[in-house]
Design a protein around this ligand. Sequence first.
Ligand SMILES: *Cc1c(COP(=O)(O)O)cnc(C)c1O
Length: 357
Amino acid sequence: MRVYNFAAGPSTLPVSVLEEAQKELLDYQGTGMSIVEMSHRGKPFMAVNAEANALLRELMNIPDDYSVLFVQGGASQQFAAVPLNLLKNGKADYILTGNFAQKAYEEGVKYGDMAVAASSKEDKYTYIPDMKSVKFRDGIDYVHTTYNNTIFGTRYTELPETTATLVTDMSSCILSEEVDVKKFGLIYAGAQKNIAPAGLTIVIVRKDLLGNASPICPTMLNYAIQDKNDSLYNTPPCFPIYMSMLVFRWLKKMGGVKVIQKINEEKAAMLYDFIDNSSFYTNKVNKKDRSIMNVPFVSPSEELDAKFVAEATKAGLVSLKGHRVTGGMRASIYNAMPVEGVKALIDFMKKFELENK
Ligand SMILES: *Cc1c(COP(=O)(O)O)cnc(C)c1O
């Protein structure tokens, strides 16, 4: 039996996509083998690679002057790849809104003169700094932001006011809501939260930013080289690319990002409304900055948190334990989490509250 899986990543995938992959696993379209057993330079895989790329462009409305790269190493590898490719003046500013933002900054410091323009660390990352009051240094090559903060459950609703190139990590929110790609010079995202199995990282980069990589930039991290080779410089992560294609088709059939955004907002509103109206559960995030993908919450005590997670698991609601730095619970409600899953969680929360008040 399938459970409702609230894992932050790797995370739940649409059942219809899993079934399709299962159906095709022994014999991909009459080839007598699966998509992961054949050459990445053969026709069938090249078609998958091209379709996945084209569908992502269509779903996100990515303009022609942007490249879409399929790379490896996770979002964490981009913490180094971004400065190695984008630094020209040798400096950039970072906004720290969570652990991953902090890690991106610490990695960046190895390659240039990096500064923290704003941080919500003092308040345990429970809000996104007010963009109007954030000031940046002159002559920076980019501003780095983390659009959705997976661990702390916050997201940007406004962008920094800067003429510098805007870079953002969308690992836990890509395709969850409409974004204007043109506002960014570079967007990157690990696929394992809202798209596909782990192993694929998506980089969307404006083409004028290509070609300035540092001489010490490893070939594999060089965006211009990946672009020139249609992301097939070396053996790509074939399976996650194939799964991405299936997920993109699923999303397109549903009506695209506009439609899923509405569903996501409804799911998140249901859960936040329930938490806000309860005297038992709390979400500590500044309301305006709440993520629609990751919803952290606590019960009145750590003992009850542990009991909640254990009993929820028995009830088929799994991976609700919060990240080790925050404790408590976290419900990740990505695109593939059906509305019924959120309803089942709320029903369980009601029951647990009655039994433990
Ligand atoms: C999960 C996550 C990462 C790390 O991703 P990896 O692919 O494991 O390197 C980075 N940033 C954000 C916002 C994330 O949610």
